[in-house]
Each structure stands twice: as structure tokens, then as C-alpha cells.
Design a protein around this ligand. Structure first.
Ligand SMILES: [Zn+2]
Length: 371
């Protein structure tokens, strides 16, 4: 069913198009043409303007030829740096970059697998419900594209993001939600030698607060961290400004709320006690993925893996992906392992065999959903 040569050629074409986050115009145009020629209705949303990228998200629709559920398949178009002038090389059935850049299998292996699956479905007249293909911009460093996606265009209630490591058959069903916490403490400057009693030491306020915070692993579902602290100008000045950035993650939204409140309250309390001012900003970064074994989206993925002889593994991740955002928008969405390796490094690679398995797996999921 699969055309390996065509799939590899597509993958190589994709990684050769530069698409660092925010600069997706060229690859978006390439994919719009590709999807149109495959017979999909293609739409580019206005997310590019909203987030300052050169292109929007691509939403392409293939009407169903059967009554099966509508399915969404998604991958992101952007890559991390160094990711320009990528020159893929193949050795013993494995595709690498030449070594100066990433390969960009994250996430162009996902894109290539989805495109090949659509071709397989069409060529083999596989019965399918409606398909929505979503290629997002700016996933790396903030999930900006999926956050700004035009959801009024999306009809699917379930789907799959192809953007995880792990062998084909790996199904990410749980992932934490994350809040970011940014605090600016404003104390009062004074000469540290002549009149320290006139100052309010913003670094000390921050350090008191941090020392009282529960951080690290809070429980098996929850973590928290203060990752950035900046402040002060000179040893002879009582520092009047300190800036903190932290985060909390949890598989439970309630626990996330509780941990976030805990961190904010202690910051506020220590600022008040010292007579300092504080501005605290909490941003909800992304929602959880919290799928159950008997959710339809999971059952379909498991059954499809089995019928291909892949080993279905339900697992969790500590990170965030577009799948988190989609779940937050009410689309039950699993993240699938696409066997990309050493991502975000210049040693990134993918096996051609795995690339083929992924394309077949997507086609099999489409087939299974329609049973
Ligand atoms: Zn990715």
C-alpha cells in the first residue's frame, strides 16, 4: 500500500524548506499546494497576524465518503534552530542531518506521514469519515500557532497530533497542564553602607518567598519550579527591583490551581511583610491531556496499532504539545510517537522504516475509525 520512495522524497523535500518558528511562509505555501492537489479544501487562518509569524495555520478538509467520525490529524510546520539549510543524508536506512543543523523530523516526519496516509486512503479507496488536516505554525517555544488557531473552522471532536518521540504505537494519553508565574518585586533603593534602614531589599523579599515555597516534585501529578531570578545593580545599593519567573504543572487542574495560588500567596505575603510592592502575572500556558483507555480516540489508536502488528503503549509525558491545546478546546486528542530521535539536537535522526510505519499507522487509524 505504501510508496516508500515517494514518502522519503516528500520528507526530504519538507526538511529542505527552512521553517524556523515564525517563518513558515514558504512551507505553508508548499503544503497548501500539496493538499490542494490531493483534493482537499485548504484554508489558511489568520494566526500569523496574531502571533507575528509569516504564515497562518493550515486547515485542510477532506469530506468523508462514509459515515465514520470526523478525525483531525495535526503536525507542526516549524522547527528549532539551528534549522536553516538542512541537508538530509541517508545512511543504512536512517536519515540524519549533515551535522550542522537539526534534521527537522520534529515535526516534518509527522507532516510527511499524514500526507502519505491521505494518498494511501485515496489510492486504495479506503472508506473514511471526514478528515481535517491541521498544520500549525510556531509550536516550538510557546504553542503559539495552536493557541491562535481558528477553531470555528474545526469540526472534529477527536484527533491525533503526530509529535512525540517513541516507536510507532506509542500513544500519549496524559500530559500535565502548565501555568507560568511572573513576578516583579519593587522595593526601595538606599545606600547599603550609609542608610540601609531606608531601603527595602527586593532580593531579600524574593529569597524569603522562595525559601517558603513548596517547589520541585509536589506530588506524583504535580511539579513546580522557580527558574529565573534577576535583580540588583551593585553591592553598595539596597536592590529595589527583583524579577522572578516560575511555573507549575499538574495532571490535575485542581492541584495546578492550588499550587499556583500557593506560590502567588507567598510572594504577596512576603512583599507585604517587607512593605514592598509586587506585581504577579499568572498565565495559563496549556491544558492537560487526560484521556482514558476506553475513550474512543484511544481505542481506535490501540486497535489500529494491533492490526498492523505494532505494540500499542499508552503513556504520559511531562511536556506540552499542540495536543494539550486541542484538548483544552474540547477536541479529544492523543499525541502519537513518530519515532523521531534526539530531537532538538544536530544528531537528530529517523529510520525510514519507522517513517513508513507511521504513514501506514495513520491510514490504519482512519480505516479503523470507520469500522
Ligand atoms: Zn515537535
Amino acid at each position: 500500500m505504501i510508496n516508500q520512495e515517494r514518502l522519503v522524497e516528500e520528507f526530504v523535500n519538507l526538511v529542505k524548506i527552512d521553517s524556523p518558528s515564525g517563518h513558515e511562509k514558504e512551507i505553508a505555501q508548499y503544503l497548501k499546494d500539496k493538499l490542494t492537489s490531493l483534493g482537499l479544501q485548504v484554508y489558511e487562518d489568520d494566526a500569523g497576524g496574531k502571533v507575528g509569524a509569516s504564515a497562518g495555520n493550515i486547515i485542510a478538509t477532506l469530506p468523508g465518503n462514509s459515515n465514520g467520525p470526523m478525525l483531525l490529524f495535526s503536525a507542526h510546520m516549524d522547527t528549532v534552530e539551528p534549522g536553516r539549510n538542512i541537508n538530509p543524508v541517508t545512511k543504512d536506512g536512517i536519515i540524519y542531518s549533515e551535522g550542522e543543523t537539526v534534521l527537522g523530523a520534529d515535526d516534518k516526519a509527522g507532516i510527511a506521514a499524514i500526507l502519505e496516509a491521505v494518498r494511501i486512503v485515496k489510492e486504495n479507496d479506503i472508506k473514511h469519515g471526514g478528515l481535517e488536516v491541521v498544520f500549525t505554525i510556531w509550536e516550538e517555544g510557546g504553542l503559539k500557532g495552536s493557541k491562535a488557531l481558528d477553531y470555528s473552522r474545526i469540526k472534529s471532536k477527536m484527533g491525533y497530533v503526530l509529535d512525540s518521540d517513541g516507536a510507532p504505537g506509542t500513544i500519549i494519553t496524559t500530559a500535565p497542564a502548565q501555568n507560568s508565574i511572573v513576578a516583579a518585586i519593587k522595593g526601595k533603593a538606599a545606600h547599603a553602607g550609609q542608610c540601609p534602614e531606608n531601603g527595602i531589599n527586593a532580593i531579600q523579599v524574593a529569597s524569603r518567598a522562595i525559601s517558603k515555597m513548596k517547589l520541585g516534585r509536589i506530588d506524583e501529578e504535580t511539579t513546580a519550579n522557580i527558574g529565573i531570578i534577576r535583580g540588583g545593580k551593585a553591592t553598595n545599593i539596597v536592590p529595589d527591583n527583583t524579577y522572578l519567573e516560575g511555573e507549575a504543572r499538574s495532571l490535575s487542574l485542581e492541584k495546578l490551581e492550588a499550587q499556583t495560588n500557593h506560590m502567588c500567596q507567598i510572594l504577596q505575603q512576603e512583599a507585604d511583610a517587607a512593605g514592598a510592592e509586587i506585581e504577579i502575572n499568572v498565565q495559563k500556558e496549556y491544558h492537560t491531556i487526560n484521556l482514558k483507555e476506553d475513550d474512543r480516540v484511544v481505542k481506535i489508536a490501540v486497535e489500529a496499532a494491533r492490526s498492523l502488528g505494532l505494540n500499542p503503549v499508552l503513556t504520559s509525558t511531562g511536556g506540552g504539545s499542540d495536543a494539550n491545546i486541542f484538548n483544552g478546546k474540547g477536541i479529544a486528542c492523543a499525541n502519537l510517537g513518530i519515532a523521531m530521535n534526539k530531537v532538538h539536537t544536530t544528531e537528530e535522526f529517523i529510520k525510514i522504516d519507522d517513517l513508513c510505519k507511521m504513514a501506514l499507522y495513520v491510514a490504519e487509524i482512519i480505516k479503523t475509525a470507520n469500522k
